[in-house]
Design a protein around this ligand. Structure first.
Ligand SMILES: Nc1ncnc2c1ncn2[C@@H]1O[C@H](COP(=O)(O)OP(=O)(O)O)[C@@H](O)[C@H]1O
Ligand SMILES: [Mg+2]
Length: 372
């Protein structure tokens, strides 16, 4: 387990979380280099083209906008996805691909499927777990089916909103009226970083909230608002569902009405604690639900499971199969309570990717195994 395979970190990506991914990816690349891995960084632009950053590239304090012109950073490219995969697969030894992409394409099973088809080892969850983890509606349906506590919600498809807006308004109105709090949280189903989300205080705000969310996804959910909710997060690491490592819960105290994009990424607007103040029973319950959620989607490698604690009740909020991975993000810092540094967490995740890949290798069928 002490081998240090070459690692290729994928960052950027064609999603609204492009900039966040650059911060995560460059931090992971820097940490893995210190851990002794030979590291390359590949920037995926908004058009989906792949650029090899210069070998010694470090972000330093460059703003994410510097990555809008990859050629100016000295990158090689652009390569279309097929050629980029060929180049990765031709590496000897083959690299482990560390996926630091967030949101659609990078976190939803798409790039995982491409890497799977290319026979490459990659970090984190596989195709199905990534897809379910990314889609808040699929995740909530699965969790509700298992009896895990999630806030009530309604799902609205863009086609239905276009065809029958007054029907949708009536349904949401009735849904809000039946909840303990009439406010609704409207969000795109498959995004993160609070992009496209609106807290709707009053039915007159439905239209704008839905239009905002539909700009990012053709499927939107409206969730019962949990007033005064505390944001708690748990880090889960491991491949084997019977031997998962859990850290946390940590807590985020947002400087805004809810934990929105600005609160997440403006230094000083939110405070995080790696040790949430909760009772022993709450802690045990949260860790159990985090483990259940991780197993439910079939997550591998790592994930962050998020909770809302409101009015004395615990709600499972979402699972992030590629959580924020900056040096100040909660996911990589929660394990510090257990003595694991940021670099050690990155290294562990690469090793878990290799273990999974090796466990799968050698399963190529021979002709006489076909059921002929
Ligand atoms: N139903 C809700 N009630 C109260 N606050 C919520 C609710 N849903 C989301 N939030 C707040 O908004 C933040 C972002 O929502 P979340 O569903 O986690 O979206 P994202 O995937 O973009 O992070 C949460 O961390 C929480 O602070
Ligand atoms: Mg979230």
């Amino acid at each position: 387990m002490n081998q240090r395979p070459p690692v290729v970190v994928l960052l950027g990506g064609p999603s609204a979380e492009h900039d966040v991914s650059i911060v995560s990816g460059t931090a992971i690349a820097a940490a893995l280099t210190v851990e002794g891995y030979p590291v390359e960084q590949v920037l995926i632009d908004l058009d989906g083209a792949w650029w090899w950053l210069p070998p010694s590239h470090r972000r330093g304090d460059r703003p994410a906008t510097d990555y809008d012109a990859p050629a100016a950073l000295g990158s090689q490219g652009p390569l279309l996805v097929g050629a980029a995969l060929d180049r990765l697969a031709a590496g000897r030894p083959a690299p482990v691909v560390a996926i630091a992409l967030h949101g659609p394409f990078g976190e939803d099973g798409t790039v995982q499927a491409l890497l799977e088809a290319a026979g490459l080892a990659y970090t984190g969850s596989g195709v199905a777990a990534s897809a379910i983890g990314m889609d808040k509606t699929l995740f909530k349906r699965l969790c509700r089916g298992l009896g895990l506590p999630v806030a009530d919600w309604r799902e609205i498809r863009a086609g239905r909103w276009a065809a029958d807006p007054s029907g949708v308004r009536l349904e949401l109105d009735a849904f809000a009226a039946g909840a303990p709090d009439r406010r609704l949280m409207v969000k795109p189903a498959r995004l993160g970083s609070s992009v496209g989300m609106t807290l709707v205080h009053d039915p007159s705000e439905f239209d704008r909230a839905l239009q905002t969310a539909f700009r990012y996804d053709s499927l939107v959910l409206a969730e019962t608002y949990l007033p005064g909710a505390r944001d708690l997060e748990v880090s889960v690491i491991g491949n084997d569902p019977g031997r998962l490592e859990l850290y946390g819960p940590g807590e985020i105290v947002s400087g805004h009405e809810f934990y929105d994009y600005a609160a997440k990424y403006t230094a000083g607007l939110s405070e995080t604690s790696t040790r949430a103040e909760v009772t022993d029973l709450e802690r045990a319950t949260i860790l159990k639900i985090a483990r259940d959620a991780y197993r439910a989607i079939g997550a591998e490698g790592f994930a962050r499971v998020d909770f809302l604690l409101a009015g004395g009740s615990i709600y499972l909020s979402e699972i992030n199969t590629i959580p924020g991975f900056t040096p100040i993000s909660l996911f990589p810092t929660l394990p510090a309570e257990g003595g694991h540094s940021f670099g050690a967490v990155c290294s562990r995740i690469v090793q878990l990717a290799l273990e999974r890949h090796d466990a799968r290798a050698g399963r190529r069928l021979s002709l006489d195994e076909l059921p002929r």
